[in-house]
Ligand binder design. Structure first.
Ligand SMILES: [Zn+2]
Ligand SMILES: [Zn+2]
Length: 307
């Protein structure tokens, strides 16, 4: 394995990309059923060759369950029109206000019951039993941590199930929004829910080729971000790219010298099957490589806590 190779071949943005791309939509809202179906397929594919195979297979099953629930749960109450403070745009979905959301609680109930049917490692089964038996206060603690982008390192397993429920519910909420009515909130923050990115992707789809979109770890909305720009502090100076592969890397660590953070960037233009969440777990080798540096991981992925 080649380690720490700064990828000098990272493409620089074409001049027309600098400062943003007016013709590229700000955001793509998720289609929840298709999203989780595609993610399940990707996890299953990655499990075929990856040393984390048992875990990836479990996440494939969990994603399949998410797709099924996204299709069969009662419809969510549509999100009210965007709030506006008068000073700055606010995301229409107020994540932290939804810890006690009854529809979210019902989603977690149904997911926990469905997950009991899945094959999983014993620690996960014990955690699932604990989630099923948890009182409302404890469930609110789990959901509050996930919605606050903080997973205690000593209890990743119960948070994994809470996060899976959050992903279903917030993708369904985001799907009720009007993408054209969204406004940028801040660099590195989801315009739909204010969430943090799990990763970003350079697109290969016709019309948005080579445009970068960040993927929300909470609601799965994808939003446009200028390339070669830190998704944590917004700096455009001192960005560098590292990858495990020496050439033709489809995933790189985008590292910022200013705030010493890094986040994965996927090149869907090279492989359209890449999934912002599944391939984040499937590229753990890059995390191991970056752990040898003094950069801190900033991509938020509850499926990777504890690894
Ligand atoms: Zn979001
Ligand atoms: Zn930075």
């Amino acid at each position: 394995m080649e380690r720490g190779t700064p990828a000098a071949d990272d493409p620089q943005p074409a001049p027309f990309l600098i400062g943003g791309v007016p013709q590229a939509p700000l955001a793509f809202l998720p289609e929840p059923v298709r999203l989780f179906q595609a993610r399940a397929r990707r996890f299953a594919f990655l499990a075929e060759t990856n040393e984390l195979a048992p875990y990836l297979s479990f996440l494939a099953e969990l994603s399949r369950l998410q797709a099924r629930l996204a299709a069969t749960l009662p419809p969510v109450t549509p999100v009210a029109p965007a709030r506006n403070t008068g000073t700055a745009a606010m995301p229409p979905i107020d994540r932290l206000a939804r810890v006690g959301d009854a529809e979210l609680a019902a989603t977690l109930d149904t997911l926990s019951a469905g997950a009991a049917e899945l094959a999983m490692p014993e620690p996960a089964r014990i955690a699932l039993a604990a989630v099923c038996a948890a009182h409302e206060d404890d469930r609110h603690w789990l959901l509050g941590n996930v919605l606050g982008d903080r997973i205690p390192e000593d209890s990743p397993a119960p948070h994994l199930f809470a996060a899976a429920a959050v992903q279903i519910h917030f993708a369904r909420l985001a799907a009720t929004l009007d993408a054209a009515a969204l406004a940028p909130i801040h660099v590195g923050l989801c315009p739909a829910c204010g969430g943090r990115p799990v990763s970003s992707s350079v697109m290969g789809t016709q019309g948005i080729e080579n445009v970068r979109y960040a993927a929300c770890a909470c609601c799965a909305t994808q939003w446009n971000e200028v390339r070669v720009k830190c998704l944590c502090c917004g700096s455009t100076a001192g960005m560098s790219y590292r990858s495990v592969e020496v050439s033709e890397a489809t995933v790189k660590a985008e590292a910022c010298r200013e705030c010493r953070s890094w986040i994965k960037i996927f090149y869907q233009a090279k492989n359209p099957s890449l999934d912002p969440v599944a391939d984040d777990v499937g590229s753990l080798g890059l995390d191991i490589l970056m752990q040898e540096t003094d950069f801190s991981r900033r991509g938020f992925n509850p499926y990777l806590v504890g690894y």
